[in-house]
Design a binder for this molecule. Structure first.
Ligand code: PGA
Length: 250
């Protein structure tokens, strides 16, 4: 079974609810596609406006983070059932910005992965090396650790449904995209790890995205690679031009 390409936007901390509404209205036409699965992960406070604006289109709305407890005294956090209650299905976990600025670790990411599946949420788990790690030649060791710990305790069926986004930190928001060969090498390494952990069937089904300065002009080449099943897109997902990534093959 061929894996369906996923064009996932990560809006980060951009756009108010009213800006969200206007932006999605404008993106409905450019992001229409029958082949590519389209998702915009937006700030939690923007989710209701985004869902309303995207209604009736092929654009799905996801979240950028979630907490690993069901409810309670966790000021400022968002619980999984708050997202599912709105109809959200996908959530980004462990983005490098959350790891760097909000003390997210492989262990907290793992707790969140487990909690997501308890609630029927599909995690898009991010991993990726820094420039120093790449230069030191430890890229794959580092990423294997992130994925292994992130997936601890997940069943093969859960692993199959999960999505991994490989995002080299040096390529995020820098305009410096990994070459398609560099991206493919790591995405293949991640799929090989999933094969070691869960077997062939899971490895063939799990979707692995590349992220880091994906844009309309490089999406086709990246997505043509055997082990790259789409992109996690920051800056280029904020405007109607995101449609050039969605329709990368047109
Ligand atoms: P970028 O961000 O596309 O702006 O490089 C990607 C991401 O951080 O997910």
């Amino acid at each position: 079974m061929a894996r369906r390409i996923l064009a996932a936007g990560n809006w980060k901390m951009n756009k108010t609810p009213s800006e969200t509404k206007a932006a999605i209205e404008a993106m409905k036409a450019t992001c229409a596609s029958e082949e590519t699965e389209v998702l915009l992960c937006v700030p939690s406070i923007d989710i209701p406006a985004a869902l309303e604006a995207a209604a009736g289109s092929n654009i799905q709305i996801g979240a950028e983070n979630v907490y690993f407890e069901d409810s309670g005294a966790y000021t400022g956090e968002v619980a999984p059932n708050m997202l599912t209650d709105l109809g959200v299905k996908y959530v980004i976990l462990g983005h490098s910005e959350r790891r760097e600025y909000f003390a997210e670790t492989n262990e907290t990411v793992n707790k969140k992965m487990i909690k997501c599946f308890e609630h029927g949420l599909i995690p898009i788990m991010c991993c990726g090396e820094s420039l120093t790690q790449r230069e030191q030649g430890v890229t794959m060791d580092f990423i294997r650790q992130q994925v292994k710990v992130g997936f601890l305790g997940l069943t093969a069926d859960q692993a199959k449904a999960a999505i991994i986004a490989y995002e080299p930190i040096w390529a995020i928001g820098t305009g410096k995209t990994a070459t398609s060969d560099q991206a493919e090498e790591v995405c293949k390494g991640i799929r090989d790890l999933i094969r070691e952990l869960y077997g062939d069937e899971t490895a063939e089904e799990i979707r692995i995205l590349y992220g880091g300065s994906v844009k309309g002009s490089n999406a086709a080449e990246l997505f043509s690679k055997e082990d790259i099943d789409g992109g996690l897109v920051g800056g280029a997902s904020l405007k109607p031009d995101f449609g050039d990534i969605v329709n990368y093959n047109k």
